[in-house]
Write a protein that binds this ligand. Sequence first.
Ligand SMILES: Cc1cc2nc3c(=O)[nH]c(=O)nc-3n(C[C@H](O)[C@H](O)[C@H](O)COP(=O)(O)OP(=O)(O)OC[C@H]3O[C@@H](n4cnc5c(N)ncnc54)[C@H](O)[C@@H]3O)c2cc1C
Length: 429
Amino acid sequence: MRSELCTRCGSCVGLSGGSIVFHDREGRYLPRQIADVDDATAARAWTACPGKEFNFPFYRNHFYPDAPHFHEYIGSYQELMIGHSTDEEVRRNGASGGIISAILIYLLETHRIDGAVTLRMSHSKPWLSEPFIATTRADILEAAQSKYTISSVNELLPQIAAFDGVLAYVGISPQVQSIRKLQHAGDPSVKNIKYIFGPFYGNTLYFSSIRSFLRTYGERDYHNISKLYFRYGEWPGNMRIEMKSGRVIELKKFHANYLIPFHVLQNSLYCTDFTNEYTDISGGDAWAPVYEERGRGFSMIVSRTPQGQAIIDEMIKEGNLVANAITEEEAIKMHSHGYDFKKRGSFIRITFRRMTGKAVPDWGYRIKGFPVSRWLMEAMISSMFVLLRTRLARWSVEQMNPVFVGKMFEKARTLWKKSTNKIKRKELV
Ligand SMILES: Cc1cc2nc3c(=O)[nH]c(=O)nc-3n(C[C@H](O)[C@H](O)[C@H](O)COP(=O)(O)OP(=O)(O)OC[C@H]3O[C@@H](n4cnc5c(N)ncnc54)[C@H](O)[C@@H]3O)c2cc1C
């Protein structure tokens, strides 16, 4: 809980019966123990924790024994597709193609589930996200879109356990890993969860990103936020903040990405699960010029289990979803910079961290054999993260025009994508 390895998944908080709480959600957002925890509870929380350890090969063999395909970057899968919801309202509300929301609505309306664990923006504190169990189409639409600041979905474990009915669960990769650990351990808290879905996961940001973004626009008090969206409007969408005064601040998503190196959660840098490998179905943005130019929203869909594939097939057949298969090579090219960041960069960053004598996570596998140039590049990137997260750097960027900084960041991303275009497993040992 005190290390930089905490993912803030919320499992220890949820399992602790009130003895562990998140006390500073607008700050470091760390769990804190406020009362005694008995040994049995501590053992459950320790088992559930995905920050220190998650054995990828072990859980892959356990949950995906017969998957027809496996790639070290993508995980086990049945099929790779590009698609979108055919329901325009769902597609428009979704972060990319509205796939995850469409699936949840479909399962709800066909009575396969009674509720879905999702994440919406809080009604009382609209600058923070909050997990809840969606039981209607309107609830699911309210929860759609990506939230890029810290979320702690698993603090909802008591409500998940007490729910009267079958649940689908949506979470980012560390949260899903924790649910899988609990399922493997036979923990009663997750007995109602039948389906697991989730978005790809590049990184997540501290709340300081919102404060800093506001300061850039001359707004000093985040309490004056009335609505916060990370992906508002036409795909890929805008970061948009509506203030109580009626002022609206909006910046292209690609430009708002400039906040990442200044406010990234340390643990994101050690996480090697980009595509949410332990879900039934996961989804990411279909980042390719051919889709980006068209707007409207396209997702990459990875079906991983037979039950996940069956849902996709059924939804396509019934006209709820449009999805076309793509090759592994196309899929990797589309997110080459993401794989470079998570499947190369993370392992190098873990090695750097180990060299300083600090605790490192154990993922049960290692990708190695990177060229010297990649190590040097990572040394530069890691130094940049250290430098840009200082108060001075954050203050300096707040004095600049966010559109200008955002454009520079977008250019850097394009260059990174180009330079990693040919990233292939066979280049590695
Ligand atoms: C923190 C984060 C980082 C991401 N990084 C990348 C990336 O680098 N590359 C990429 O291609 N895609 C990334 N994605 C995924 C992408 O933004 C879309 O979520 C994905 O394409 C699914 O789109 P959709 O339209 O199908 O989802 P929607 O229909 O919009 O549904 C999204 C679902 O995810 C849930 N959700 C949203 N945010 C969170 C969160 N923080 N924690 C838990 N649950 C959440 C929502 O409640 C909703 O149920 C990221 C998503 C998140 C949340």
